[in-house]
Design a protein around this ligand. Structure first.
Ligand code: TXA
Ligand code: MG
Length: 346
């Protein structure tokens, strides 16, 4: 399949590109577009055949439900049974923005969107280009991240093209995404909302708005608890070489591995990078502002190629604020961690 490419500026938009992309979506094709978190691969959520194209292009397991994207809050009434008071507060506070609310589904979308669940994830993205496209198409659009399943999510159109060129109808380039990690998924079908996936909106910010929020115990990776967001159980965000999270002593660990014949790539913040000697360092932001690490993390994970490195060492972060989402993704991407004592854990 020939993939159509458009480049759309956030200021002027491009009417023709918007119309072409919207026409392809209405016709039941899959089109990638920018959101403020990561690029999404969209298709008409009411069209089962169109939604199937998303699963096929990504190689995504069919038991993993898709988030439905809309432009306006008013569109929710066609899609969900009710918007509980807490969900409404979250909508008012954070939408449009990097949050997805799980609500009781009205059953208006194709069955393969929700993978058999009676709930539905809804998100209003704030990226001007993505939002404009959603307005133009005026349909609920199912959209997972626009990457091959298991690979890091795309934060640039070139990441999408690398994974999906020739497999989808179009890619709309609206520049780098900004936030860099996927939306926070909050289950609002329970009396007390539960964070199923940490993301762009922090637990602390949610707590400020609604008082109490719980965190899915399955996120801690315990044996007994299965994560409630089906997607959280799969291998994700995997770079081309095995990745280890390093708590302390980055230089010593890199030296030891190099002596043992490994080709080591390092992902580090500016602050740590300044203290290191290595030719293979990819900087992923600054420790002073972890949102910069979120922004550059997936690009850094995609940076090292198997031909250049045999192992990747990545700096580790505290799990508060946006650090919780960063570590959630890194722990999924990692083969193991090298603890403060130098012990390797899987
Ligand atoms: O920022 C984002 O959320 C991006 C952009 C494109 O909007 N989308 C995204 O979609 O990350 P995806 O498919 O990669 O991740 C969706 C997550 C999965 O973990 C999935 O299991 C969960 O949301 N999810 C979707 N619908 C659900 C539902 N009804 N109940 C529980 N979890 C659900
Ligand atoms: Mg994804």
């Amino acid at each position: 399949m020939e993939t159509k490419h458009w480049t759309v500026s956030q200021q002027s938009f491009d009417k023709k590109a918007m119309e072409e992309a919207a026409a392809l979506l209405k016709k039941g094709e899959a089109v990638a577009f920018p959101t403020e978190t990561v690029y999404g691969l969209g298709a008409d959520a009411t069209n089962e055949q169109a939604v199937r194209k998303i699963f096929e292009a990504k190689g995504r397991p069919s038991d993993n439900p898709l988030i439905v994207h809309v432009a306006e809050k008013e569109q929710l009434k066609d899609l969900v049974e009710e918007v509980p008071a807490v969900a409404y507060k979250l909508l008012e506070a954070f939408s449009p923005g990097p949050i997805t609310l799980i609500l009781k589904s009205k059953g208006a979308v194709a069955p393969n969107v929700s993978a058999g669940l009676d709930s539905i994830g809804i998100r209003i993205p704030s990226h001007p280009v993505g939002l404009r496209l959603l307005r133009e198409v005026a349909l609920p659009i199912a959209a997972p991240s626009a990457n091959i399943s298991g690979r890091p999510s795309p934060t640039k159109a070139e990441h999408v093209a690398h994974d999906l060129d020739g497999r989808i109808a179009g890619i709309m380039d609206g520049g780098p995404t900004g936030i860099g990690l996927e939306s926070t998924v909050v289950d609002c079908t329970e009396a007390v909302p539960v964070i199923l996936r940490p993301g762009g909106v922090t637990a602390e910010a949610i707590q400020e708005v609604i008082g109490t929020v719980m965190v899915d115990p399955g996120l801690a990776g315990g044996e007994k608890e299965k994560p409630k967001a089906p997607g959280m159980k799969y291998t994700h965000y995997a770079p081309e070489a095995p990745l280890y999270l390093v708590e302390k002593g980055m230089q010593q660990h890199a030296d030891k591995l190099t002596e043992a014949g490994e080709k080591v790539g390092i992902i580090a913040t500016e602050e740590l990078a300044q203290t290191l000697q290595s030719e293979q360092i990819q900087i992923c932001g600054t420790r002073r502002d972890l949102s910069t690490v979120a922004e550059h993390l997936y690009d850094a994970l995609r940076h090292f190629k198997r031909s250049d490195v045999s192992v990747i060492l990545c700096e580790s972060f505290d799990k508060h604020g946006v650090g919780a989402a960063i570590m959630n993704r890194l722990e999924k991407a990692a083969t193991g961690r090298i603890g403060a004592e130098g012990n390797v854990n899987w």
